[in-house]
Design a binder for this molecule. Structure first.
Ligand code: ADP
Ligand code: 5GP
Length: 187
């Protein structure tokens, strides 16, 4: 079985974190990369688990030192994938990168074996409901995330697989099957 970088993208609120957490619960041959971000932690988020929460100054220093495999700005904050962290993990496991479409395509350019999977909501209305239900953003930020969602969804054709997160168990099963298939494929 191959160890692959696996990008999981999709609009904010479509259920990426929920699916990845469930996927990793039972599979110890995969792990998740922890990105750095300058955004503030949400309630319940722990430094070093969901993200490394760092200052903008530190982020910019790390860009200058070429410490990020890729990075991008979303909603006024920076997000980046730590290069050495991912390279080290890949020696032992497949590594999941839960990053946006631009970051995903950059990762594929740098590591061509990268598997690109997009998670999409069953509908825009359902996405709005899930984002509201999560309760982590105010009205203005919510609207911004929904606008960005439209752009992300338009990038679907550039991805290897698109999985609709309608029923959580069904989507999880499909995600597992796609990853198993790709990891077991001959190079
Ligand atoms: P993302 O990581 O893509 O931003 P989350 O995993 O935080 O999204 O999910 C957003 C919200 O939607 C959460 O409250 C989560 O519990 C809920 N959710 C995720 N998947 C489903 C699903 N298949 N059906 C209904 N609600 C879901
Ligand atoms: P959130 O604030 O909801 O955690 O994340 C906002 C967006 O940033 C999501 O689309 C998420 O996929 C993206 N993101 C998280 N980490 C990274 C990263 O390291 N690089 C890039 N390019 N995007 C990221």
């Amino acid at each position: 079985m191959r160890n692959l970088p696996i990008v999981i993208s999709g609009p904010s609120g479509c259920g990426k974190s929920t699916l990845v957490d469930l996927l990793l619960l039972k599979d110890k041959t995969m792990c998740e990369s922890v990105s750095c971000t300058t955004r503030a932690p949400r309630e319940g988020e722990v430094d070093g688990r969901e993200y490394y929460f760092i200052t903008e100054r530190e982020f910019k220093n790390r860009i200058a030192e070429n410490d990020f495999l890729e990075y991008d700005e979303h909603f006024g904050n920076f997000y980046g994938t730590p290069r050495s962290f991912v390279e080290r993990l890949l020696k032992e496991k497949s590594v999941i990168l839960e990053i946006d479409v631009v970051g995903g395509l950059n990762a594929k350019r740098l590591m061509p074996e990268t598997l690109l999977i997009m998670i999409v909501p069953p509908s825009e209305i359902e996405l709005e409901k899930r984002l509201e239900g999560r309760g982590s953003e105010d009205k203005e930020k919510l609207a911004e995330r929904l606008r960005r969602a439209k752009y992300e969804l338009e990038q679907k054709p550039l991805y290897d697989y698109v999985i609709v997160n309608d029923d959580l168990d069904r989507a999880l099963k499909e995600l597992r099957e796609v990853i198993d298939f790709e990891r077991n494929k001959e190079k």
